[in-house]
Structure formats: structure tokens, C-alpha cells
Ligand binder design. Sequence first.
Ligand SMILES: Nc1ncnc2c1ncn2[C@@H]1O[C@H](COP(=O)(O)OP(=O)(O)OP(=O)(O)O)[C@@H](O)[C@H]1O
Length: 471
Amino acid sequence: MSLRLNAQQKYAYDTILQTCFASQGHSFFIDGPGGTGKTFLYRSLLATLRSQGYIAIAVATSGIAASILPGGRTAHSRFKIPLDFSKNRTCQLSKQGSVARLLSESKLILWDEASMAKRETIEAFDDLLRDIMESELPFGGKVVVFGGDFRQTLPVIEQATKEILLQSCFLNSPLWCKLHKLKLTENMRAILDPQFSEFLLRVGEGHELVDFNGEITLPKDLVIPYYDKEESLNRLLQSVFLDLALYSLDPYRMINRCILTPKNSSVDELNDILIKRFPGELHTFISSDKTVDQRHQGDYEDFLNSQNPKGLPPHRLMLKENYPIILIRNLNPVEGLCNGTRLICRELGRHTISAEIVFGQHKGKRVLIPKIPLQTPDSQKNSIAFIRTQFPVRLCFALTINKSQGQTLDYVGIYLREPVFSHGQLYVALSRVRTSAELKILILPGTFDGIKTDCKTRNVVFSEVFELSQQ
Ligand SMILES: Nc1ncnc2c1ncn2[C@@H]1O[C@H](COP(=O)(O)OP(=O)(O)OP(=O)(O)O)[C@@H](O)[C@H]1O
């Protein structure tokens, strides 16, 4: 595999491997815009070390990015990093346990999409390694390779100001300047469309011309003209999915086609339309919702059913055979069932879904997904805590832009019912495909102020990120 690396990838590969076998380890950050082959490089490193019998651990900040790496897990689940740092700041791993031994004996630890991680998670990981290795060196002297792209989305913190977001970035950690930086600059994903590749970089770095409303103008041939919502949305769906009936016979042909949109509510809107249009019998699974404090159950039951909190499956989950779904919990990471694993429904029973894994090392494997109790996340501080018993899955013809980070897709439709709202979102959505011919964008009129034009949209870029990343 290493033979196919380009010159920059090869330099990074050789430098990292030399360090793995040197007496003193140090850590790296692979910095490259979307598509420059960071994941391709990680795969080469993991394959080389593992084929020689060494332990190489792979994690990513998000579930989907982890599912792309061979043997990948989310950093949170692998290192038992706390989810709520106001309660606890240390990883819940025993120094005598098997994972600690694995870490201690590993030649390399890889952490993808580190630009999406909160600095405190990486600092907790640093403390963990120092403790396990009984060393005061950064990361306990282990060779850790972080990778990411600060043009893409940053940590997700609900209702955070720009200052809080920047503060929470890895870039603001004292660990950042301890890393040896390796750069990749050649966009391998869009190598056949250099003009598109340059446009992407201008969007990602905030260099695309902005008008007095703070909006950029997208190339006309990428945009679906707006007539009315229904007709324009139909044209977007038609561009991406062509013929759902045909795809239902061969789901692997459609699994890399996706609609990306900024908000969960528009993901639900699209998936609702698409599941109804997909051929086959519709199965509806109703969850059982119980308040954590049993005394409130009677008062809140109907209300709970109407709730659709982030991180939980819907109360009324609609599924069809051959429809693509995404797992939203770590069910059995060893068997490939992680938060972010994408599957195709094969048989829908009352109590279990028989599904097929469609990506990664477990591709093609049939698995059974049970209904499980899932609690509302702690971040939903203003709502009532409850437990929903349901299949831990969501439909995935449409995904939020943040969830698509790290993926290469065959065709993308971007649905801007409302404009993007955070740093890097537009860039991530645009940069998932190989050429501009594999992309269509629909901008709804509610989202443009003043002059009505369907090619203008907001691009959010925090230039401070690039200044910090140079340090
Ligand atoms: N040296 C190479 N030879 C051939 N194809 C490559 C090479 N490097 C990367 N690619 C291909 O380019 C595409 C993008 O690569 P990859 O996903 O590794 O980029 P990335 O930097 O991780 O992107 P992102 O930041 O968007 O996650 C993939 O389809 C990958 O297979």
C-alpha cells in the first residue's frame, strides 16, 4: 500500500515509522485540507505496523470517522474519556487493566479528526498516557499521530460563542506546540477536477469573495434553481438518488449517495420523504419512553413521545427492507457495531433488525440489532431526563454535515433549508465528492436576505483558527 502514497504522504509515512522504532518517541499532527489523503496515510501506517505484528491503535473523534479506520473506535469509548468534564476530568481506565496494557505496548496511537475534539479530551488522554507510562513526557513518550483539518468543523458545543469554541479547540492546548507538524496539500479526492479543488480551498480558508450580506456566490452549475419548495426539493432528490426503485434492488450502489444538511430537523424532514418513496413495506416501530424519575411518568408520557432529542432514535421509527441506517450507539465494537457504523436493513422483526454492515473491515457481515434502553444525553439540560427503549438506529439517506466529515461520497446533495451556522460546515459539505459534477445544492429563499438569488449563501470561517494553527 505504501507504494501508492504520494510524495508528501510518503515523507510523513517514513518520518512516523522511523520515530516508532527510535528510542525516544514524539507525537505528530497531520495537517491537510479535506481529501489530501490523511485517512489513506493512516491506513498505510496501520497496515504496515500490524502486518509486522506490532500493536497500532486507531481512534477518531466521531463515530463515522472511526468506522472508516480499520479497527477504529471513538476516542471516548476506547480511552473511557469522560463525556461531562464538569463532573470528572480523568479517563476511567484502570492502570492495571487490559486497555492500559495495550496502550503501553502499542507502537503507534492514531487519533483522526482531532480538530473536532475538545482540548480537554486530548489533555485527559495525555494525562492517561503519562500515568500509564510513568513519564512526564507529552503523551507519556508514546508515538501519537493526530490528524485533522481546522478548515473543517470544530468541537460541537451547544450555543457556544465563538470565543468559547476557539478556547475549547485543541489549538489552544499547551500540547499543540509540542507536536511535530506534517503537512499534506495535494487534494487526492478531487485530483481530477483542479478547478473545483481550488474553489474548495478558497471556501475553506474564507478567501471566496463575500458580499455586503456576508454571503458567497456558489457556481451556478452547482445550484438547483429555486421555483417552489416541493419542485426544487424533488429535483435535488432526483439528482442524488435518480431511481430509488432501482437502488432498492442493489443497495450498495446507493450507499455512497447522500443529502447533507446543517440541522437535525432538516435531516428528519428529508428522511421522512425518502423512506416513503423507497419501495417496500413500511414497518413502524414505536418506542417505550419512561421518565428517569418514575413519579413523573403519568404526567409526561405523551410529551416524551413527542420529543426527538439529539442522540436518540425517534419515537416512531419507520424502516423498510434494504433501507440504509446508521447505528447511534456502540453495541459491540469488536463485531464492528459502533456508533457511526452504516448498515442496510435486511429483515425487520418485531424485536430485532437483521442488518448488513456496509463499510470497513466488517463489510458484508450480517448482524442482529436489538431494542435497547437509551437515556437522553446530559447536554439536554433544559428537558426532562427520560429513557427511550428503541432500536439504536437512524435513517441515513440524509445526514447532518457534521456527521459526513471524513467520508468520500459518490454524489452529494446539499440542502440549505437554512444557512450553515458554524465554522467549516459549508466546506465539509462541498468537499465530500471527487468532482463538481457529483454535487448539487439547493438553497431555500428564506435563507437569503435582501436580493433574491438562489446562488448566494453564508459561509462561516473563523480566521483566528488559521493563526492559532501556525503556532
Ligand atoms: N495516494 C493516493 N492514491 C490514490 N488515492 C488516494 C491517495 N490518497 C488518498 N486517496 C483517495 O482520495 C480520497 C480522499 O482521501 P482521504 O479520505 O484519505 O482524505 P482525508 O484527508 O482523510 O479527507 P477528509 O479530511 O475529508 O477526511 C479517498 O478516496 C482516498 O482513497
